[in-house]
Design a protein around this ligand. Structure first.
Ligand SMILES: Cc1ncc(COP(=O)(O)O)c(C=O)c1O
Length: 465
């Protein structure tokens, strides 16, 4: 394993020790949360930075903060589900607009077509560190009197036309979970230049003794901020390393006429997160499955893993959105009497997203450039193998097949029950061995596993691609 890019050292330890010694781990005047908020606002050039326990909970509070609620709609990005979930938490109906064919970022033209008199906001994601066309989206929002909300979970210091992502909209939200550019375990930050919105958000995320509005406790701890304030200074260095790695893989993808690089909107920078290119091998008669098998044969496993198809489908095709059980099982908010629209979640709703998601070939870009170099070599070799018609067929061991079958039947499921099921089939394996097998199957293809919460795995089947 190469040295991780992110470093946690003396400064973080010094700050954490200070917190412990102070005996006060919660927000207090002049503490690390104040320092983190102020430093974040300064670095981004925002008037307000508001810290929370995670990006997701800040997003839960945002519909309320902008005055959205029963009967309203928020236009969401179909490639990810976060905004749809946050909208439902605010009793708002998510409406899905399509994405651009060349970079799968929210398409301002599609957004404009989805606006109704019920629309309150547009929620855009700068997915995997590429900027969406925030200037155009802001123009659309202003023209129709809507809020623009930016999900910047993958977009630290992401420059777009001379302004950071997060500042084009009314709110920008950042995530500090461990998989993000700035990792503190958990945590999030919202930025805004609007005093009223800052006030409305703050009073929804801290409950107090006599809440003036429906609120909750979505507070950050001093421990998180103690680490965050140091990491904030380190992120630009991490991003430099990720950009070097991205350029290396871009070169290999650029040489292949059936893998398409993501298009960068004019005037956009990149804060690399997940590397993604688009599989167009079908035009040459190649199957995505052949590429995945070739990648595996060339050593794409563990930290060199590639994935295909991301979540396989747009968010509106999840049962969770199609079978409305957000508030009991009586159909709210879709069937709320205050809602005058007609919920549209049919297949074909966002044809570009439906076509493109299964074509995404992805790999983690938040690694050393030296690791990206190895991935580039593997990809180059795999491309040649596919073109020569030498991609191997699917190969799994007997135990792997048994594990896949069990997870398929019991998912989401952890190693312990799988070990028990294996024993019932006469295969004796310890839970830690089973965990290792399950971990290895994350880079399996066409049948594979993914994480589904702590110590649990879900099953995916790409045998038809
Ligand atoms: C695009 C996007 N938005 C929001 C979130 C939620 O962030 P958090 O884990 O801090 O709640 C994530 C987390 O993975 C994300 O990827």
């Amino acid at each position: 394993m190469a040295q991780p890019v992110k470093t946690f050292g003396k400064q973080e330890i010094r700050n954490l020790t200070k917190v412990i010694k102070s005996g006060n781990f919660a927000h207090h005047r002049g503490g690390f949360i104040d320092q983190f908020e102020q430093a974040f606002a300064k670095e981004f050039g925002a008037k307000h930075a508001i810290a929370g326990a995670s990006a997701m909970v800040l997003m839960h509070a945002i519909p309320g903060a902008i005055g959205a609620g029963a009967g309203d709609e928020i236009i969401c990005d179909p490639v990810v589900q976060f905004h749809g979930v946050a909208s439902l938490h605010g009793n708002v109906v998510p409406v899905w607009a399509d994405v651009r064919k060349d970079n799968f970022l929210l398409d301002p033209k599609s957004v404009e077509k989805k606006i109704t008199r019920r629309t309150k906001a547009i929620w855009v994601t700068h997915l995997w560190g590429f900027p969406a066309e925030a200037d155009q989206l802001r123009r659309v929002a202003d023209k129709h009197g809507l809020y623009l909300l930016e999900d910047c979970a993958h977009a630290m210091f992401l420059d777009y036309r001379g302004k950071y992502a997060g500042l084009w909209g009314h709110f920008g939200t950042f995530s500090f979970n461990m998989g993000k550019h700035l990792g503190t375990g958990e945590g999030g930050m919202a930025i805004t230049n609007d005093d009223t919105l800052a006030h409305e958000l703050r009073r929804r995320i801290i409950f107090g003794e006599s809440p003036p509005v429906l609120a909750s406790n979505y507070r950050m701890t001093e421990f998180v901020a103690a680490v965050g304030v140091v990491q904030l200074k380190k992120v630009p260095r991490y991003l430099e390393e990720y950009r070097k790695g991205k350029a290396i893989l871009d070169e290999v993808v650029g040489e292949c006429d059936w893998l398409a690089r993501r298009a960068l909107p004019e005037g956009g920078g990149v804060s690399p997160y997940q590397y993604a290119c688009i599989f167009r091998g079908d035009k040459k008669g190649f199957a995505p499955r052949a590429l995945m098998n070739a990648l595996q044969a060339c050593g794409a496993a563990g930290e060199l893993r590639f994935g295909l198809g991301f979540t396989q489908r747009p968010a509106y095709q999840y049962d969770f959105f199609r079978v409305p059980r957000a508030y009991g099982d009586r159909g709210c908010p879709y069937t709320c009497r205050l809602y005058t629209g007609k919920v549209d979640l049919r297949d074909g709703l966002c044809p570009v997203a439906e076509d493109i998601i299964p074509r995404l070939v992805t790999t983690n870009n938040m690694v050393r450039a030296s690791v990206m170099k190895k991935k580039a070599a593997i990809l180059k070799q795999a491309i040649r193998m596919v073109e020569a018609g030498k991609a191997p067929h699917d190969t799994y061991s007997g135990v792997q097949i048994a594990v896949l079958d069990i997870v398929q039947a019991l998912q989401p499921v952890g190693p312990d029950p799988v070990a028990r099921e294996l024993a019932r089939k006469g295969i004796e394996k310890s839970p830690s061995d089973v965990r290792e097998i399950m971990e290895s199957l994350r880079s399996g293809f066409p049948r594979k596993l993914s994480y589904a919460g702590p110590e649990r795995f879900a099953y995916h089947d790409f045998t038809k691609v």
